[in-house]
Ligand binder design. Structure first.
Ligand code: SF4
Length: 456
């Protein structure tokens, strides 16, 4: 594997990383789909959205040409409704719940419709929200990802002065650094961030990292409350021989390099194996192909029935020419002169169900050998256990413990940590879910924080 500048032409990079889900080109095109909505009572699409967006309402507002109202309906529940319309696995959320599925007809394209007014609002800088009068309260948010931004926006609207501390030089978190660029472009991430911050009352301080140049004790002293929303980010290791060879990289780092740098400068092999079958594995595999890799093989130790990614994601990988090998478990990575040459896998067969209910793979004793010059590991992410422990927070294997339900503002949702005044939510609590779940966690935390600083 070697960096080869200009592997592809600028036009090819532009084409390969162009928006995979183009928006409606005309109002009429949007109306054709919007007019199919049945405006269901107790709408299942809304109930299946973690942020509870009132889908029939925003669709009706599109139909009546009330695009500002439509955008407001979406943003009121999910200030990242624009980004979520591009990255949500809607086939297992709102669109998967649409009643048209029961009639064996195509569901309403809710994501595409949601994108229509939200993009107009973001591009047009529509001022849809007003800040309440300043309360004199100050809250620190650690992490400018979906959860942190969502919390900050709710708090700013309530008149709180918010300071976000972000370890990267740009905000957006996973949206900016951890998702395939053809799903959510860098330009859109920047515009969405700017739109969220335009409410006022939110300051972002970049390159501030908890445990390095930022500490909880200082934040707790200087602010009325603190919200921890720094996510998960450490790649799970495979614990097989050869993981340290040149040409082996974890998927999070690979995607980060693509999102933080320029496409020609990101090293990619000719023959790439990607280990894993989650969304991150798919994003790594498809982007390796789009960067110019000739062969990309996704290797998964279970069967398609157990894969964590959605069918839609799998189809993107297949459409990009990625090969899928099921029931292959990595055993070793071989190298010549320090550079990767082969991935050795054990051939598996489905065994009895494990604790998760999925059939566990059983080694057949046979071996599959892949000739490769790059291996991308996408075996999941683990929490920042050392950091969490060092800052004195109670935790469960690195996931921050939130258990003081009495301090929260919404029944049944707990965001208060073991340290009074410090709240946590999103991936650093649940271990990693969808962007839309992180947005909701931010809303829950903001409600709890408002309750704490106003009545605590
Ligand atoms: Fe409209 Fe489908 Fe939602 Fe019913 S379930 S309100 S048809 S989008």
């Amino acid at each position: 594997m070697a960096i080869r500048d200009n592997r592809l032409t600028d036009e090819e990079y532009a084409r390969n990383f162009a928006d995979i889900h183009p928006p409606f080109e005309t109002r009429d095109a949007a109306l054709v789909d919007a007019n199919r909505c049945l405006y269901c009572y107790d709408a299942p699409c809304t109930k299946s959205c973690p942020t509870g967006i009132d889908v029939p309402k925003f669709i009706k507002q599109i139909v009546t040409d009330n695009l500002k109202g439509s955008a407001h309906t979406i943003f009121q529940s999910n200030i990242m409704g624009g980004g979520c319309s591009r990255v949500c696995p809607v086939e297992k959320l709102c669109e998967g719940a649409c009643v048209y599925n029961l009639m064996e007809e195509a569901p309403i394209p809710i994501a595409r419709l949601q994108r229509y007014p939200t993009e107009k609002a973001i591009r047009g800088k529509w001022p849809l929200f007003q800040r309440a009068a300043p309360t004199g309260k100050k809250v620190a948010v650690v992490g400018a990802g979906p959860s942190g931004l969502s919390a900050a926006h709710v708090l700013a609207r309530a008149g709180v002065e918010v300071t976000i501390f972000e370890k990267e030089p740009k905000g957006g978190g996973l949206m900016t650094y951890g998702i395939a660029a053809y799903k959510v472009t860098p330009e859109f991430c920047a515009e969405e961030l700017e739109y969220i911050l335009s409410i006022g009352g939110i300051t972002v301080r970049y390159e501030q990292e908890l445990g390095r140049n930022l500490h909880l004790a200082d934040l707790r002293r200087d602010y009325d409350a603190v919200y921890l929303a720094f996510g998960v980010g450490l790649a799970r290791q495979l614990d097989i021989p050869g993981e340290d060879h040149a040409g082996v990289i974890d998927a999070i780092k690979f995607i980060y390099c693509i999102r933080a740098g320029s496409y020609p400068a990101v090293p990619v092999g000719d023959k790439v194996a990607v280990i894993g079958m989650g969304m991150t594995a798919i994003d790594a595999a498809t982007q390796a192909r789009r960067l110019g890799a000739k062969e990309v093989t996704l290797v998964y130790r279970r069967t398609q029935a157990e894969m964590p990614c959605t069918e839609t994601e799998l189809n993107i990988a297949k459409a990009d020419g990625c090969r899928i090998v099921w029931l292959a478990a990595p055993k070793a990575i071989l190298a010549d002169s320090g550079r990767v040459t082969q991935l050795i896998c054990g051939e598996m067969e489905p065994g009895p169900p494990d604790a998760s209910g999925r059939r566990s793979p059983v080694d057949t004793g046979r071996t599959i050998i892949f000739d490769v010059d790059m291996v991308i590991k996408a075996a999941g992410q683990i929490p920042f256990e050392e950091l969490v422990a060092a800052e004195g927070l109670e935790h469960n294997k690195g996931r921050i413990a939130v258990n003081q339900a009495a301090l929260t503002g919404s029944a049944g949702v707990s965001t208060a940590t073991s340290i009074p005044g410090i709240f946590a939510g999103g991936d650093n609590v649940n271990g990693g879910k969808e962007v839309v779940d992180a947005v909701q966690a931010g809303k829950d935390a903001a409600a709890a924080i408002l309750n704490f600083i106003n009545h605590g």
